[in-house]
Ligand binder design. Structure first.
Ligand code: CAA
Length: 258
C-alpha cells in the first residue's frame, strides 16, 4: 500500500510504520493520522505480524499536531469533529504490542503519540516536551494525563506549564522511556527488541500487554486478580504446554499461537 505521509512495511514478523513528512518535522496532519490508523489496522489484521514499531526520522519522531492545519479551527469545528480522537487514538486500541522508536523531537502530539505506544526506546538525541501552552492551548492527546503517570506530578506539571523539553537521559531517569541508545543504533536495537517480542506466542504477548495496561486502569488488588485469572486461563492453551515442555526438554519452544 502506497502512502503519502508514512511508510509502512513488514520486516519478517514486525510491522514498521515510519512517519514521513520531512518538510514539517513529521507534524501530525489529518492525512498522516488517517494513514497511520489504516496501516495499524493492516498490521493488526495480519496474523504474520507479532509486534508493531512506530518511528519517525533521526531529526523528529513528530513535532506535534500540525499547527498550520489546526490554527483556523473554531471551537465548534474542534468539538463537533471530536478533534484528536478518531485515528489519533487508534494506537491505544491495538491489541498487539506497539513499540515507539523515538529520535529527535517528540513534542506535543508527538510526545503524546509516543506515550500511547506500549513503551518507548529513544535515541540519545531525543527531546520530549509538551509545548502546547506556548501556543495558547493545553495538551490535547493525553499529554497532561499520560506524562503525569510516567514521570510524576512535579516534572509533568513543570514541563506542561513551561513547555521545556526533556533530553534522553532525563527521560530515562524519569521512567518515560525504557532505554536510551545511540542514534545510529536506534532502529537496529528496536527491531531486535520487536523481533524478540514477535517471536513469543502472540496470544500470550497480547495478554501480557493487557495485564500491564490494567495497572493503569484499576486498583492493585483488582489488577492482581485480573492478572491471576489470565495466568490461570493460559493453562488451557497449547502454548503453555509447549513452553514448559520445551524448557524441561532444553529446546526452543515452537509456538502454535493456540
Ligand atoms: N506543525 C506544523 N508545522 C511544523 C510543526 C508543527 N507542529 N513543527 C515544525 N513544523 C514545520 C515548521 O513550520 C517548518 O516549516 P517551514 O520550513 O515551512 O517554515 C519546518 O517544520 C521545520 O521546522 P523549524 O524550521 O521550526 O525547525 P527547527 O529545527 O528550527 O525547530 C522545532 C524544530 C523545535 C520542533 C520547532 O519546529 C517547533 O517548535 N515546532 C512546534 C512544536 C510544537 O509546538 N508542538 C506542539 C503542537 S500542538 C499539539 O501537538 C497539540 C496536541 O496536544 C495534540
Amino acid at each position: 500500500m502506497a502512502y503519502k505521509t508514512i511508510n509502512a512495511e513488514k520486516k519478517n514478523s514486525v510491522g514498521v510504520i515510519t512517519l514521513d513528512r520531512p518538510d514539517a518535522m513529521n507534524a501530525l496532519c489529518e492525512e498522516l493520522i488517517n494513514e497511520m490508523a489504516e496501516a495499524l489496522d493492516g498490521f493488526e489484521a495480519d496474523p504474520g505480524v507479532g509486534c508493531i514499531v512506530l518511528t519517525g526520522s533521526e531529526k523528529a519522531f513528530a513535532a506535534g499536531a500540525d499547527i498550520k492545519e489546526m490554527q483556523s479551527k473554531s471551537y465548534m469545528d474542534a468539538y463537533l469533529d471530536d478533534f484528536i480522537t478518531e485515528g489519533w487514538e487508534r494506537v491505544t486500541q491495538c491489541r498487539k504490542p506497539v513499540v515507539a522508536a523515538v529520535a529527535g523531537y517528540a513534542l506535543g502530539g508527538g510526545c503524546e503519540l509516543a506515550m500511547m505506544c506500549d513503551f518507548i526506546i529513544c535515541a540519545d538525541n531525543a527531546k520530549f516536551g509538551q509545548p502546547e501552552i506556548t501556543l495558547g492551548v493545553t495538551p490535547g492527546a493525553g499529554g497532561s494525563q499520560r506524562l503525569t503517570r510516567f514521570v510524576g506530578k512535579s516534572k509533568s506539571m513543570e514541563m506542561c506549564l513551561t513547555g521545556r523539553m526533556m533530553d534522553a537521559d532525563e527521560a530515562e531517569r524519569s521512567g518515560l522511556v525504557s532505554r536510551v541508545v545511540p542514534v545510529a543504533d536506534l532502529m537496529d536495537d528496536v527491531m531486535k527488541t520487536a523481533a524478540k517480542i514477535a517471536s513469543m506466542s502472540l496470544p500470550v504477548a497480547m495478554m501480557v500487554k493487557e495485564s500491564v495496561d490494567r495497572a493503569y486502569e484499576t486498583t492493585l488488588s483488582e489488577g492482581v486478580r485480573f492478572e491471576r485469572r489470565l495466568f490461570h486461563s493460559l493453562f488451557a492453551t497449547e502454548d503453555q504446554k509447549e513452553g514448559m515442555a520445551a524448557f524441561a526438554e532444553k529446546r526452543k519452544a515452537d509456538w502454535k499461537n493456540r
